[in-house]
Design a protein around this ligand. Structure first.
Ligand code: ADP
Ligand code: MG
Length: 248
């Protein structure tokens, strides 16, 4: 089991008022699994994802990754937001390599061979995300879909145990959204990524996931879990280009 959230409750206090955003939420994401989290606006989806990412602290409850209790953010979790959050002063390639620099700054004693391996991996991410020819562009020179590809690649740079995505395709037009959804399926297939996706698009939730978790309106509580039947069948619809086949 990769990620395990147990009895998560979250109360926000602003002045004298209190908002109960989540109440006793428990669920798991298994190794290699793609789980979609769906529910009405304001039901606590983002809060739950932020708690899983360690960007927000639960009022009570625990977050475990590979049976280890987590506190605060860490490189074993990659995060993708709706608004891309790229570094505007860095090129596509520099954005993707940035997490290496953060890690290298924290760890002076790493052998060069490891760092070389990471640089190769960044090149691999540029290829599989279809970004190779954009490597020297700046975020302002990219479409929304391309920016989100960069953000996904950057989230994968440190080979996280789990990819956490908060409505990543919500701001994109229908065709671009479809392209990126297919890319997510292929990432699952070739990179064996474990993913937790927050979305309010039920079709997207079912199309991408092995399992869909449905949250009720406030206070967020899990209503049901749906196992998507024969999930791998949907892969038959994808046109596998020579570039993708070469990755097998
Ligand atoms: P969703 O992502 O499902 O739309 P959120 O997790 O953003 O929902 O929010 C859940 C509830 O918690 C909402 O009522 C929201 O107003 C409240 N909330 C979220 N973040 C904060 C915050 N930082 N301070 C106060 N209330 C918040
Ligand atoms: Mg949200």
């Amino acid at each position: 089991m990769a990620l395990e959230l147990s009895h998560i409750t979250k109360t926000f206090r602003t002045g004298a008022s209190e908002v109960c955003a989540l109440e006793d939420c428990s669920f798991t994401v298994n190794d290699g699994e793609f789980v979609s989290l769906i529910g009405p606006s304001g039901c606590g989806k983002s809060t739950l994802l932020y708690i899983a990412a360690g960007l927000e602290e639960a009022t009570s409850g625990t977050v475990m990754l590979d049976d280890r209790a987590l506190r605060g953010p860490g490189k074993e979790r990659g995060m993708v937001f709706q608004n891309y959050t790229l570094y505007p002063w860095l090129t596509v390639e520099q954005n993707i390599k940035f997490p290496f620099r953060l890690k290298a700054n924290m760890d002076y004693a790493r052998p060069n061979a490891v760092i070389m391996g990471e640089i190769e991996y960044a090149g691999h991410l540029l290829e599989i995300m279809g970004l190779a020819q954009f490597r020297n562009r700046y975020p302002r020179e990219l479409s929304g879909g391309m920016k989100q590809r960069v953000a996904i690649a950057r989230a994968l740079t440190n080979k996280p145990r789990i990819l956490l995505m908060d409505e990543p395709f919500g701001a994109l037009d229908a065709q671009t959204r479809e392209e990126l959804q297919e890319l997510m399926l292929l990432l699952g297939l070739y990179e064996k990524t474990t993913t937790l996706l927050v979305t309010h698009d039920i079709e997207e939730a079912i199309y991408l996931a092995d399992r869909v978790i449905v949250l009720s309106a406030r206070p967020g509580r899990i209503l049901e879990e749906i196992i998507v039947p024969f999930p791998k069948d949907r892969l038959l619809d994808i046109k596998l280009t020579p570039e993708f086949l070469a990755l097998k």
